[in-house]
Design a protein around this ligand. Structure first.
Ligand code: ADP
Length: 296
């Protein structure tokens, strides 16, 4: 019922005492390889909650691609739409120092080869999906093609990350546009003159989406549509690692909307999922089952 269109990356993480300066070599700890990328994260998060979830993405014909496919299948994601080949699997090279500060290089690789033609070839799944969720770690033209091929009555959810200005055609399709504080500021650009998320939500709504959700980390979220704005409280937890919380939130929200929930109810559920995700390390490894969300 849920189709995620987006990225799949291998996150290669090395802990270091100090991140290297130009021309410098430093020794780090053992390499850790984690399945990541916003598309794959969302698909795994939704499937773990019990949603019937498919992913349209592209990985390389290499070990990282197989690692991602294994992780997706283990979570129960339908991987028929995960295309293989054309470029190496997308990779994020991450160094983390003891204070938690990191330096990251991303090679989009196969993600940059997920093209509009791939979307047209997947018209069958697209037409059969009640909710379609996308992010921006794939080419924008590909997201535009998704919007043009939505089935009548299906719902489009976009997390504009990494953030950039968006064409009107994409904005008009979003229901909701879902973004964190940083993403909201970038999407608004010069129009962002206030520090109040309620102002951002109003300004964003005026650009065409039918609804907007601003996620506010430990402060929960804000939902806005034609009928007004509402705060969604967060759940108090001991946060261990917030990596991938936004992806879990978006996946849960998209799934609940597809199941017929209203925006505020879907966001309240998503806030519980996001809270559960920050209580454990990692992204995909941290995502809860529906039972774990109930127990929170
Ligand atoms: P992103 O990961 O995209 O930056 P946020 O940090 O806003 O997104 O987190 C997404 C959602 O996850 C929040 O709206 C909130 O519901 C939940 N969440 C994130 N951090 C915490 C936290 N420290 N405590 C409780 N809930 C959290």
């Amino acid at each position: 019922d849920l189709l995620v269109v987006g990225s799949a990356n291998a996150d290669l993480v090395i802990g270091v005492e100090r991140r290297p300066a130009a021309g410098e070599t430093v020794l780090g700890g053992d390499l850790a390889v984690h399945p990541g990328g916003k598309g794959a994260n969302q698909a795994v998060a939704a499937a773990r909650l019990g949603a019937a979830t498919a992913l349209l993405a592209r990985v390389g014909d290499d070990g990282h691609g197989r690692l991602l496919l294994d992780s997706l299948r283990a979570a129960g994601v339908d991987t028929v739409g995960v295309l293989v080949g054309g470029a190496p699997t997308g990779v994020a090279l991450i160094t983390v120092d003891p204070s938690g500060d990191n330096s990251i290089v991303v090679s989009p690789g196969a993600n940059s080869r997920l093209l509009p033609a791939d979307v047209r070839a997947a018209a069958g799944v697209l037409g059969a999906s009640r909710v379609v969720s996308a992010q921006l770690e794939i080419p924008l033209e590909t997201v535009v093609e998704v919007v043009r091929n939505l089935a009548p009555g299906s719902r489009f959810v976009l997390n504009p990350s990494p953030p950039r200005e968006l064409p009107a055609e994409v904005l008009a399709a979003c229901d909701p546009l879902i973004l964190n504080e940083h993403e909201a500021r970038v999407v608004l650009g010069d129009a962002c003159t206030s520090d109040d998320p309620e102002d951002w939500a109003r300004l964003l709504l005026a650009r065409g989406p039918r609804s907007v959700v601003v996620t506010l980390g430990a402060q929960g979220a804000l939902v806005a549509d034609g009928s007004g704005t509402a705060r969604v409280p967060s759940v108090k937890v001991d946060a261990v690692d917030t990596t991938g919380a936004g992806d879990a939130f978006t996946a849960a929200l998209a799934w609940r909307l597809g199941a017929g929930a209203g925006l505020a109810d879907a966001a309240a559920y998503a806030a519980r999922v996001g809270a559960a995700a920050v209580t454990r390390r990692g992204a995909q490894e941290s995502y809860p089952t529906a039972e774990e969300v109930e127990a929170l």
